[in-house]
Write a protein that binds this ligand. Structure first.
Ligand code: FAS
Ligand code: PHB
Length: 390
């Protein structure tokens, strides 16, 4: 089999890239190691920047998002039992974010791709990129036990942090930058109404908590937990009790609890692999970088990478110019590092660090007090939260 662009991974990055390329007549095949249902069962991000919404508009996969997504014009910071609203729209000249689960973004893109007859091979086993340092790259894989080969002109590695693409690059060609945080996030999804109309990021002596949502009837909550915690040690009751302890009394009293639909623990790390291009292999999304979810940047960075990569590949195939692909890594990394900084900063500000000195505790508190007392500081937070320009 032959295609122009072989895409490894059917997460948001791979699917969005596939649809952008398909729309301008560039042939793609997506190879995904899991089943469609497995991919859709993952509970991940919930906040979309306007740039991400714009890309979904561009590929015509945003009808449900506009019908069901929730525009949010502010977020709350909670500390010292006080809630402080960050007025995103007022501080950014009218920008906002949209609450719409990554699961639904993935579903919409999968459904559109299937309806348009573009090729996605699910449950592709042992996917492996080859020859990307030369002019005839190809990908091997097994489908239903049969070994197959996909010849292509370019390979897009959209296979996430644990994928094969970055792992296939010689280690001497990679520069890795990483910070692993000494805690994780225990997340719970439940069909209960959200405790507030907007998200609440809470810093308490017991640890961080986040009150988020998927709709007016489905809530998503997180509490900071130790790295060595096991989700089986957290009954729903224990989770709800701990969440209440990390909120102010009025918010805790307003909390509606119920049985969990999903509960999981995610590790937190900041990670960047440079560069994001190796000959004819291009990395996009979590395959190249990871952010702690505090800043709601993971999914949105995947989208901006895909925007840059799509423009580069369109130039390559339609204008026969390599200027775009030569500039891709530098252009994508410029935005990646700004989002890494914001995510690291907000994580460092809002979480309890086990080895934190009393001085560092005071620095956190002073920074929060300064933040909510300064229009300029709040504007800086807001412009990063809604998403820096592409
Ligand atoms: P993805 O990991 O989503 O997709 C990669 C795809 O490649 C997967 O479907 C995988 O099955 C496939 N794949 C992997 N190896 C392969 C191989 N060898 N062959 C073929 N296919 C292969 N971000 C937020 O903004 N907010 C959050 O709350 C949040 N929570 C998260 C919780 C968890 C547990 C994780 C892991 C991430 C979370 N993220 C969150 C970040 C997340 O949303 C990512 O940024 C987003 O999924 C990035 O999309 P992709 O780059 O497409 O990678
Ligand atoms: C979520 O709803 O899953 C979510 C929202 C905001 C974040 C992280 C996760 O910063």
């Amino acid at each position: 089999m032959r295609t122009q662009v072989a895409i490894i991974g059917a997460g948001p990055a791979g699917l969005l890239l596939g649809q952008l390329l398909h729309q301008v007549g560039i042939d793609t095949v997506i190879l995904e190691r899991k089943s469609r249902d497995y991919v859709l069962a993952r509970i991940r991000a919930g906040v979309l920047e306007q740039g991400t919404v714009g890309l979904l508009d561009q590929v015509g996969a945003s009808a449900r998002l506009h019908a069901e997504g929730l525009p949010h014009h502010g977020v709350d910071l909670l500390f010292g039992e006080q809630r402080h609203r960050v007025a995103l729209d007022r501080l950014t000249g009218g920008k906002h974010v949209t609450i719409y689960g990554q699961t639904e973004v993935t579903r919409d893109l999968m459904d559109q791709r299937a309806a348009q007859g573009a090729a996605t091979i699910f449950e592709a086993e042992d996917v492996e990129p080859h020859g990307f340092d030369g002019a005839q790259p190809f990908v091997t894989y097994r489908e239903g036990g049969t070994s197959k080969r996909l010849d292509c002109y370019v390979i897009a590695g959209c296979d996430g942090y644990h994928g094969i693409s970055r792992a296939s690059v010689p280690s001497e060609a990679l520069r890795i930058f990483e910070r692993v945080y000494p805690f994780g996030w225990l997340g719970l999804l439940a069909d209960v109404p959200p405790v507030s109309d907007e998200l609440i990021y809470a810093r308490s002596e017991r640890g961080f908590a986040l009150c988020s949502m998927r709709s007016h009837t489905r809530s998503r909550y997180y509490i900071q937990c130790r790295q060595d915690e096991h989700v089986d040690d957290w009954s729903d009751t224990r989770f709800w009790d701990e969440l209440r302890r990390r909120l102010d009394p009025a918010t805790a009293a307003a909390l509606t609890t119920g049985p969990s639909l999903e509960k999981s623990i995610a590790p937190l790390r900041s990670f960047v692999a440079e560069p994001m291009r190796f000959g004819r292999l291009f990395l996009a999304g979590d395959a190249a970088h990871i952010v702690p979810p505090t800043g709601a940047k993971g999914l949105n960075l995947a989208a901006s990478d895909v925007h840059y990569l799509f423009e580069a590949l369109r130039e390559l195939f339609l204008d026969k110019s390599e200027a775009g692909i030569d500039a891709y890594s530098h252009k994508a990394l410029a935005r990646v590092w700004k989002a890494e900084r914001f995510s690291w900063w907000l994580t460092s500000l809002m979480h309890q660090f086990p080895e934190q000195s009393p001085f560092e505790q005071r620095m956190q508190q002073a920074e929060l007090d300064y933040l909510v007392s300064s229009e300029h500081a709040m504007a800086a937070l807001a412009e990063n939260y809604v998403g820096l320009p592409y």
